[in-house]
Ligand binder design. Structure first.
Ligand SMILES: [Zn+2]
Length: 371
């Protein structure tokens, strides 16, 4: 039986929780990581109607983009519809997990999905780029145990560099020690100086999985006192960040581009902030969610147009005066995450033999309509 924790562990290799913006309440929202999963439902939002849908469809795990618990509950009064929704989830043993800004920041995540929907070319990260901190472990292992230790480390997630897995380096040498009276040596005898042919195995891994790697190393290492060095490594960590910028294959006027966005995002209307709709656009910046405040990053990166949701009135004024054009197709375009997440989970389902059903919520959670 597949547990929430197994599914989440795989997902967090793709979009680690540590990649979320500060203060973003990502991760387990309600329920238990130990829960067995038969049916997983992906959704943009967790709303009362989505929970009703989940209950009706016997879903036991809701995987959402927007956290269900944004504001702390002060009183669990069930006349409050939000609290009633939490109570329904608990009553029906439905676990809820949210991947928010860690999914936005992930390579191949939300912002890449939006950029590729618009067919942007040569995309790069729009906002300041972060880099995963790397550690390197060098561990000294008797030769006959080297393969076991090496495999355990790479199975635990060490040794991934870009598109290469199972990366490690070995040099051979001699280890020396004298087991003391209270020791329990795997090799050698008490109080006798001992020499052992050893391999020094080196692997790199993201800092965030350091405790797991050290734990695995201690479990598989044959020695009572494994000897190892642990270093912080500069550079070469995975780069990640918010928003994308890239070029359209050919330029078009702002009016034509707005029509193009309506079709691509499947929206009836969108808001355009511009001084002149006949201007041509080619370089497009996009940031899923509420990104009005980041228009300066789009300007800095020489975008012709900036697409984001929830642009406010005053930010609109600032954008016009800056000479930039902005398009606000609404926050709900992030619903694009539903098919993409469904595909990812379906792919892992096959790969790991989870035997779970993966479905999308069919509910439109956009609070706005146009009349
Ligand atoms: Zn959002």
């Amino acid at each position: 039986m597949t547990s929430v924790s197994e599914i989440v562990a795989r997902f967090e290799q793709f979009a680690p929780q540590s990649w979320a913006e500060e203060g973003d309440p990502v991760g387990l929202q309600i329920g238990s990581m130990q829960q067995s999963v038969h049916k997983l439902m992906v959704t943009l939002d967790v709303r009362p109607e989505v929970v009703t849908e989940a209950v009706k469809n016997n879903v036991d795990f809701i995987f959402a983009h927007h956290p269900a618990l944004f504001r702390p509950i002060k009183k669990f009064d069930l006349t409050n519809p939000q609290n009633k929704m939490y109570a329904e989830l608990i009553k029906h043993n439905i676990t809820v997990y949210a991947a928010h800004t860690n999914l936005d920041n992930a390579n191949g995540g939300m912002n890449d999905w939006l950029a590729s929907l618009l067919d942007l070319q040569d995309t790069e990260i729009l906002l300041s780029q972060h880099e995963d901190s790397l550690f390197k472990l060098a561990v000294f292992v008797p030769k006959k145990s080297a393969e076991t230790v090496r495999n355990a480390l790479t199975d635990a997630g060490a040794g991934t560099i870009g598109e290469y897995q199972d990366c490690s380096y070995t040099i051979s040498g001699t280890g020396r020690f004298t087991p003391q009276a209270a020791s329990n040596p795997t090799i050698g005898n008490l109080l006798e100086p001992t020499e052992v042919a050893e391999d020094k195995i080196e692997v790199v891994f993201p800092k965030r999985i350091c405790s797991k790697i050290l734990k695995v190393m201690r479990v598989v290492h044959p020695y009572e006192e494994p000897v190892f060095d642990l270093f912080a490594v500069q550079g070469n960590g995975t780069k990640y960040g918010m928003g994308r910028i890239g070029d359209l294959k050919s330029s078009m006027t702002i009016s034509a581009f707005a029509e193009y966005c309506k079709t691509k995002f499947d929206v009836l209307h969108l808001r355009v902030v511009t001084a002149d709709t006949t201007q041509k656009v080619k370089r497009v910046a996009i940031l899923g969610g509420s990104g009005g405040q980041f228009y300066t990053d789009a300007l800095r990166k020489k975008a012709d147009v900036y697409i984001t949701g929830d642009i406010s009135y005053h930010t609109g004024h600032d954008i016009i005066v800056s000479g930039l054009t902005a398009i606000d197709p609404g926050h709900h375009i992030e619903q694009i995450c539903k098919p993409h997440l469904q595909n990812l989970f379906a792919q892992w389902n096959n790969e790991y033999g989870w035997q779970i059903k993966v479905v999308q919520s069919a509910i439109n959670t956009d609070p706005f309509m146009f009349i």
